[in-house]
Design a protein around this ligand. Structure first.
Ligand SMILES: [Zn+2]
Length: 105
């Protein structure tokens, strides 16, 4: 089965400075930094609670995440994002698609 372009939901946007959390778009993962050195990723929580999620991309800190973008601009975040507060959402972004994960908490 072939995916159509319209099904790619999440894209990556690299920005130089921290975004205003109130202006985050739902379908964009904002990576703060530059291509060779990225610090943070910001995104809106996909559950609809309207909170922004900040992920550390700094490999020297724990926990930290990796955000990748393929040739079509589709975002992949690894490992999964598990919010320990608020809505406690647990999800994966893989090739631009949102995948809800069973929470073990
Ligand atoms: Zn949420």
């Amino acid at each position: 089965m072939l995916w159509s372009v319209n099904q790619f939901k999440y894209k990556v946007e690299i920005i130089p400075d921290n975004p205003n959390p109130d202006n985050l778009r739902k379908d964009i993962i904002y990576v703060v930094g530059e291509k060779r050195f990225v610090k943070w990723a910001y995104m809106k929580c996909p559950c609809g609670c309207n909170e922004s999620i900040m992920l550390s991309l700094n490999k020297n800190s724990f926990p930290s995440w990796t955000v990748k973008q393929d040739k079509l601009g589709r975002a992949t975040i690894s490992p999964s994002v598990n919010r320990l507060e608020g809505c406690r959402s647990h999800f994966l972004i893989k090739k631009g698609k949102l995948i809800w994960t069973q929470s073990f908490w």
